[in-house]
Design a protein around this ligand. Structure first.
Ligand code: PA5
Length: 360
């Protein structure tokens, strides 16, 4: 990349010419959004929800549904009951009276999230709704279900703090999975420490997100993490590169990718040299996965135009997960700016929903 182009990232006027709707400011403000999200969770009355539950299911897609993947990554190994994220119209057959369903849709108007709800209630499942309004809020009110009402006016993916933290913390309120207060405090501190380092006013030479965006510019990012938090973060990175940076991107996680995808990095080098492998590394994950990552890197690195690794910050799993999300989100917006594309609109998603609506 030419120095001139990278300089755009240090020029606020130039950024705002591209980032017309101010996505950068919104993602930079993630630490504050998380603080507010904690307050929302603490202010919600869950007294009408009573377990025990034999299964937890998050119903939601896209920028909303990913909150379920992130929560699942944190809690799944500690839970004694299954945790599923359902991203389709159909409802699994086991959903019944002892299932707790979280319907998550930031807009409140997404059909894949709304359509299964009548059937879910008919089967006697308990329901908690997270939304900023729309039909989902109306449905919760009409049926006397817990409604976690989120501040509106954002793109769903930019509301990830609002979507993810109340979902996670509600599990504590319901006695299902408790995040320790110390871990929550550490997580908010880690985010606040990162804020200045990633902010627009920190020049590219000292700013990890700007440097990473510059490295990735012109390449197709492949995000790899490990089972658990870094794998879930890899999914988030991929989606943010798609929706903010408007580029193709793919993700996968260890160990499964070693049993198929690793072999695929063998031919078509004329294409894959324009790919960048981004390895997301957490601490305290399974040693075996960290070893797999190192070995895989050595095996496939010649196939890529760039291989780079990013380390999670903090100690608790929550802090590490949030730190990876924060870095990925900001990087994806800087990359949009380098691509000279407004990160906010998602015209394809809008057109799809509009075309489907026309079909009735
Ligand atoms: O990021 C986006 O805009 C999409 O992935 C949406 O989240 C998705 O279309 C679902 O909409 P909602 O999150 O409002 O349910």
């Amino acid at each position: 990349m030419s120095g001139d182009r990278e300089d755009i990232l240090d020029n606020y006027q130039e950024i705002r010419k591209i980032d017309v709707q101010g996505m950068l400011e919104i993602v930079e403000d993630f630490p504050n959004q998380c603080i507010q999200a904690v307050e929302i969770a603490k202010g919600t009355d869950f007294s009408g929800v009573s377990g025990p539950f034999s299964c937890l299911l998050v119903q939601g897609v896209g920028g909303s549904g990913v909150s379920g993947d992130l929560v699942k990554a944190l809690v799944e190994e500690a839970l004694e009951v299954p945790f599923l994220v359902n991203k389709r119209y159909g409802t699994p057959g086991f959903v019944g009276e002892s299932t707790l369903v979280f319907a998550v849709s930031y807009s409140g108007n997404t059909e894949e999230t709304l359509i299964p709800l009548r059937d879910i209630l008919f089967r006697g499942a308990e329901l908690i709704c997270l939304t900023s309004g729309g039909q989902l809020a109306a449905f919760a009110r009409q049926n006397g279900k817990v409604l976690i009402e989120l501040p509106g006016g954002l793109q769903p993916r930019a509301a990830i703090g609002y979507l993810f933290l109340p979902l996670l913390l509600s599990l504590g309120e319901l006695g299902i999975f408790k995040i320790e207060e110390a871990d929550l405090e550490e997580s908010l501190e880690v985010l606040s420490d990162m804020a200045e380092a990633l902010a627009f006013r920190t020049p590219a030479r000292d700013n990890q997100a700007k440097k990473l965006a510059a490295l990735l510019w012109g390449k197709l990012p492949i995000a790899y993490g490990s089972e658990g938090i870094s794998g879930a973060a890899a999914l988030r990175w991929k989606c943010q590169f798609n929706e903010n940076s408007k580029i193709p991107s793919f993700w996968n996680s260890f160990p499964e990718l070693n049993h198929n995808e690793t072999v695929g990095w063998e031919l078509l080098k004329d294409i894959t040299r324009r790919f960048a492998l981004v390895l997301l590394q957490d601490k305290k994950g399974r040693v075996r996965n960290a070893q797999r990552m190192e070995i895989t890197k050595e095996l496939v690195k010649k196939q890529f135009g760039l291989v780079t690794a990013v380390k999670a910050r903090g100690e608790s799993p929550l802090a590490q997960l949030l730190s990876l999300i924060y870095l990925g989100d900001v990087t994806s917006v800087y990359l949009a700016i380098l691509n000279e594309v407004d990160p906010t609109p998602v015209e394809r998603i809008r057109a799809l929903k509009e075309n489907l609506a026309r079909l009735g």
